[in-house]
Design a protein. Sequence first.
Length: 290
Amino acid sequence: MNTALKLLLLAALLGFARGTAAAPPDEDAPKPDLKKDDDKAVVVPFELLDSRHMAMQVKVNGKGPYRVIFDTGAPMNIVNNKVAKAAGLLAKDDKPAPLFGASMNAKTIKTFEVGGLKLEGMQAMVMDHPTVEAIGKAVGPVEGLIGFPFFARYKMTIDYQKKEMTLVPNGFVPGDTMQNMMSKIMGAGGGKKPDPAVIAPAGVWGFAVDKDANDEGDGVKVTAVTERGPAAAGGLKVGDRLLTLDGRWTDSVGDTFIAARQVKPGTPVVLVVKRAGKEVKLTVTPANGL
């Protein structure tokens, strides 16, 4: 998949949660504190990229500024390994985080600054996400993505003419729902393999995928297909290379999970796979989950 085609899919890839209801806050998650002087409207300038995403300059633990994408639909924050290392988010013995690998955990940013706002204790995933990197190659360096865990805290007004965003704290503190979800699905920290029968909380698909760390090819490898499950009924086979799901890029296990969770049970969608060197389109209808 070339860079031009990837850029055509950016809106779907980065608009992870648009059109879906936000998950309820996790009551057990640590509650970041807003600075007391952040009780008034703050106007922050932004840059409108050629990909039609907003980018802003931020500081992480006092380091920076770094150019990041602000996406109100993304369910998590992401910073790349370069920023994480410079800002002290990684311990000395930490290795670069694999993309959505089983050892990946959220890191806590002590101070996150944008414009006149200073937020303490916000979490972010550390990864070199291929979508963010693809944007960076097209529009210049991009070091991460800021999403729902930040925006959920503010009432927001966007002036595209002035290229300004106005943020007013609303008192809401979102829990770390994305990390909890990823931990359950991916078996983070426990080494447990995901159940091949379920790839998304909302629906049963009946297949599992995987990708080796040194695998740089497009898509992910289908490693299991449940007999008589939705995927099997749609013609998916073990050994297929899944390229897209419902038009969304699936170049990692995490991308596949995110694409799958967008689809409502009972909705037929097209999966594009590579099989015996040829691209094949399959129609799969996920069943109702638990």
